[in-house]
Design a protein. Sequence first.
Lengths: 322, 325
Amino acid sequence: MSKVLLQVEDLRSYFFTRKGVVKAVDGVSFHVNEGETFGLIGESACGKTVTALSIIRLLPEPAGQVVDGKIILDGVNLLELDKKEMRHYRGRVISMILQDPMTSLNPVYTVGDQIAEAVKLYQGLRDEKVTEEVISALRLLKIPSPEVVMRNYPFQLSGGMRQRVVGAIAMSCHPRLLIADEPTTALDATIQAQYIALFKDIQEKTNVSILFITHDFGVVANMCHRVAVMYAGRILETATTREIFKDPKHPYTSALMQSVPRLDQKGGRLYSITGQPPSLRGLPAGCRFAPRCPVVKPVCLEQEPPEVKIGEGHFVSCWRVK
Amino acid sequence: MADILLEGRDLKKYYPITKGLLQRTVGWVRAVDGISFTIERGKTLSLVGESGAGKTTTAKAVLLQEKPTSGTILFEGEDLSHFSSHRLKTEYRPRLGSVQQNPWSSMNPRMKVRDVVAEPLVVNIKQTKQQLRSRVAELLEEVGLDPEQSENYPHEFSGGQRQRIAVARAMALNPSLVVLDEPVSALDVSIRAQIMNLLKDLQEQHNLSYLVIAHNLATVRYMSHTVAIMYLGQIVEYGEAEQLFKNPLHPYTKALISASMLTLPEDEEKGVEKIILTGEMPSPMNPPSGCRFHTRCDEARPKCSQEEPLLRDVGGGHLVACNKV
């Protein structure tokens, strides 16, 4: 049994806006083991990114607040740390990769300077030692001729290379948990495949745990060991990747899978989920998916279903599953 | 005999690279470099490839937004370059529709949905307000929106609904050909299926032809009849969709398919390995000699760096440009 690195318990992150409270994350629990990739999959505005930002404590305060829950990393509840203590964790223990490398890199600094910034700040190194670390970070991300690339500006690099540089910054201080928020979405298909293979390799070398946020089941299948399906601020189903593809239990999981065209299947008519995700300001009573659910029962509209364990590591919140 | 609506023959689009005070031309970006394709009536042709492959430039040439450097476009058998500007305006343009990738930037946020959808009608056809209003209502209904919402502004709709509005606008003039540039890639997974189904229904009802631009192969397989795989301004493989996906011949097509394939953990245990290409697409300013793909191809032979492979028919209209095939 592998060791748990990150344990999130009943996390609730709300945004307090003039128009009311937006319950972006509303009772989310999961854990990530050491050396494991845990996928968080869902559509836009389901709370994936807010979950990630809550863990690394970068929610846009004061509007966004973690109102309840625990985030335990290696025995320490991150929510109880003050700002200074938290800064010690960011970069060193937890780091993050964002979706679009064009906006997460600074256009007026060289790539090497941007990696060096993290190295200097978090490892307290100086001079040649910094350059050494920068080059080894670029090597880890398999960037060809790192001595040359470190003197380049982001605009001189291709999208795939830029995203590798972002990866190098994130990995430069040897974190134990890497949060990757849709890191491959902005990349082309063949480059995406390269990037995923690269991260599998890095994980083998460094045993880093990865919290992988995506909306793409293809990426989940390729990359993740276990996965949680999120919808409107809640996790509806958690299982191993194998299990979720073989035997999805929640109607939303299976509907989502059926609505994605498969390359190995001939085109017929696609199954489509009717309607749209609910507004997070006025959530329906009962199960959040009930208004769109094809197999809805009366109880679904009244009471929120509890999470039920149906197998080893397989949890579902649905009144139909016993 | 197939009923061909539009045909592109040896299309090229080069953009000059200029330098200095006098703006001397020092080189060319060969965005599209000699491609030919046909779009049949009521059928879908998809152009597939990664960014920089020349897909969008091709679509722009068809929409007359870019003038090709050389080559011809035939519409119902007639060469477009022989059309007068008046004829293009009255006989070609109204028969095309277009849907853009991003439904957040393709609409004027200060126009009501009614006006967004009505604009092509106002520009092209003289009609009374009453006629206009009923046509807009009809169009909105056709794409699955409530005509009552026509007084709303685009920001009041979700992404999927806005893409429906864009489709309604494209359909306004009863076009024969609709150019769909990444029609679903900006949308959420559960919404994509709705829009793809809608597009398929409209195609059947109106015998529409589609020119689809996409990078997601699964989407393409679902939507298209014919597929052209593009790499660095050229078509490397072209053929009937089912045949192409069942029996891909070009190493680039194989790699693309492998990259988009769903590989489950059990497949990996069985030893199914993904083909992972090394390197990135070279610059179209200075394409590699010989076969343009040889720098990334793991089946490349010495010959590939010298000899440019031509598109050859390997049977049943399946064309491949590879020295090995």
